[in-house]
Design a protein around this ligand. Structure first.
Ligand code: SF4
Length: 323
């Protein structure tokens, strides 16, 4: 019975994800059978999408998730963004137990090595006497981004759909943006990135950030390539605890794959806040406070590799001593 429930739940989850972002998929294709019809022969797997007319249609998964398709996106479209969208993320700190599935899904999707985290999970403690909690952090896609202002070559830019991206063809590796970001969310490519041969051969695309280039800066990009294909970012999909809600502020809707909720109501009801709001950067990531946490921090600590355990050891030891 449990297994059946899980299967049912998984298929429902998959469907909600595709349905919730259908307008993005339609925008990517113009219509559901437009440019797709000229692509290569369909594979066996089918996915269901909600058409702009409100009908459920089945299309071949081979038409989705193509890095190759993204490579032909014009530079103008890469700079302007997805029309009509204003992407936003809400992170529920009460649910995070440092499962780190978000981190590994992000690294896999972006072909990043383990030691380069665009998305990190920190252990936070707001005061000596308050309890610690896990805090996922990535680029906040600020509406007033200091990183963009300092770039001398216009390599990093803010789009109409809210995303802050980097064009690594223009980036000269000066690292001014890294110094300007008050959240330390950018990383530098010190070594020649290791990528699959077929990815290395693609034309560079600022929306996917591939092929990555040595000597340039990178960071979380909110995965617009996935949005164009009607999919959620891999970190949102991979989280087993439903921590990440992603969506569109213009549509006033966010989803973690299981629940689809009104964005404004959610941040109002749960007293959401933005990290270091007082800096005036206007992040597009909101946090729901870790009130009534679902997991003790020890749950996220015990299974960590030793290297990461060492990072958080002091806080955890202190926590254990508390009555
Ligand atoms: Fe720029 Fe940092 Fe804001 Fe991201 S979090 S937009 S890198 S200032």
């Amino acid at each position: 019975m449990k297994q059946e429930d899980e299967i049912d739940n998984n298929s429902r989850r998959g469907f909600i994800k595709t349905a919730a972002v259908v307008t993005v998929a339609a925008a990517a294709c113009g219509s559901l059978n437009c440019s797709c019809s000229s692509k290569k022969a369909p594979a066996a797997e089918k996915v269901r999408l909600l058409s702009p007319d409100g009908e459920i249609v089945e299309i071949d998964s081979a038409y989705l998730n193509h890095q190759e398709n993204m490579a032909v996106l014009s530079q103008h479209d890469q700079r302007v963004g997805i029309p009509g969208k204003k992407f936003v993320m809400v992170v529920d700190l009460a649910r995070c137990k440092n499962a780190r599935k978000c981190v590994s899904a992000c690294q896999k999707h972006h072909y990043r090595p383990e030691d380069t985290e665009w998305l990190t999970v920190k252990l936070m403690k707001d005061s000596d006497n308050s309890a610690p909690y896990w805090f996922p952090k990535q680029c906040f896609h600020c509406d007033n981004p200091p990183c963009v202002k300092v770039c001398p070559v216009d390599a990093t830019f803010k789009r109409q759909d809210g995303l802050v991206l980097i064009d690594n063809e223009r980036c000269i590796g000066c690292k001014f943006c890294m110094a300007a970001c008050p959240y330390s969310t950018r990383v530098f490519n010190w070594a020649e990135p290791e990528m699959p041969f077929e990815i290395k051969g693609l034309a560079y695309n600022a929306e996917t950030g591939v092929p990555a280039k040595v000597g340039t800066v990178e960071k979380c990009d909110f995965c617009p390539d996935r949005s164009r294909e009607g999919l959620l970012p891999p970190c949102v999909e991979a989280c087993p605890n439903g921590v990440f809600y992603f969506g569109d502020e213009n549509e006033d809707t966010v989803t973690n794959g299981d629940e689809t909720i009104g964005f404004k109501q959610l941040i109002k009801d749960r007293a959401a806040y933005r990290f270091l709001e007082e800096l005036g950067t206007k992040p597009r990531v909101y946090y729901l406070p870790p009130k009534d946490r679902q997991f003790p921090v020890e749950r996220g600590y015990e299974n960590l590799p030793d290297k990461l355990k060492a990072r958080f050891k002091d806080i955890i030891e202190e926590e254990k001593k508390r009555p």
